[in-house]
Structure formats: C-alpha cells, structure tokens
Design a protein around this ligand. Structure first.
Ligand SMILES: [Zn+2]
Length: 163
C-alpha cells in the first residue's frame, strides 16, 4: 500500500510503501541515519542504549524510549503517526471494528499506539459520522504469527484425526 508518492524504495520494487514508514525497519533506518550523520538530536542516553549505528535494533530503540529518551520517543511517534495514517486508509475501505498491531515494534505499546490513534482520528474519512475502530497491540506480540501458524497446523492435524 503506497502512502508516499515517489517515496522510499521498498524491497517489493515499488516506492513509498506503508511498510517503509510504519515498521520496525523504518524505526531502525531512521535511527541509523541520524546516528551515521552525527545528528545533534542524538542524546548521550540514546547512544548509551543503542550503541553504534550498525548495532541499532528496533528493540534497543524501544528500550531507550521506555527509559524516557526524548529522541527514541520522537522516532516511535513518527512511526506511530504513519501507522495511524495507513490504518485510516484501511478503515475507509474495510471499516473493521478493531486493528490489532503485531510485529516486534508493537512491543513499544502506547509509545507507538497513542500517536497512531491520534493520526488515525485526524485522517479518518467521514470522521464524526463513522464509528472509530480500536487500535490495540497483539497480545502475543512478535510471536503472534508463529503461534497462529502452529495453532492452524494443530487444528489441521485434529481435522486429519477426525477423518
Ligand atoms: Zn513495498
């Protein structure tokens, strides 16, 4: 799903895909870019938690944000904002009652989801008339896909036993 025309190149071959702006990959890319450029926005605290540019991971940035680091929170807010904008587009087409956010970056919880909810509300088509969907973190976090696949396989096996 394209959110920025002629935006950042995506591994899928297109440009400006949502994934390039609202994901753990985006979080790491932005943090590395600031670090590699020696940006004055880099705090000593941020540097002490995430290490060198090449060592940065999503969980480290999230950890810094949870410890209250200003830059890490700003980076998560930006990712969250893009998440909310894309969710508003999905809501316009599909109108679900709830969006469940999984993947590693969902471990940031409300540090990610509050900016997402705010952006969602301000970008939602027909806001004021349309019921607002809930935006929540997946209970199983980054393991949700794995657990779901295992559960599907188990259900399949049970089905095989019954036949
Ligand atoms: Zn793509």
């Amino acid at each position: 799903m394209q959110v920025v025309r002629d935006g950042i190149r995506c591994e899928c071959g297109n440009r400006g895909c949502w994934e390039q702006y609202a994901s753990g990959n985006a979080l790491v890319r932005e943090a590395r870019a600031l670090m590699a450029a020696g940006s004055p926005t880099i705090t000593d605290h941020f540097r002490s938690v995430v290490g060198n540019a090449e060592d940065i991971t999503g969980p480290l940035v999230t950890e810094a944000a949870k410890q209250g680091d200003r830059l890490a929170r700003e980076l998560l807010e930006e990712i969250g904002r893009w998440l909310g904008i894309g969710i508003a587009d999905l809501a316009a087409a599909l109108d679900p009652g709830m969006f469940v956010i999984g993947g590693g970056v969902s471990a940031a919880g409300d540090l990610l989801l509050e900016p997402a909810r705010t952006a969602y509300r301000s970008h939602l088509t027909g806001r004021g008339y349309r019921p607002e969907a809930r935006i929540v973190a997946a209970e199983l976090g980054n393991e949700a896909g794995l657990v779901g696949a295992a559960d599907l396989a188990r259900a399949g096996l049970q089905g095989a036993d019954a036949s």
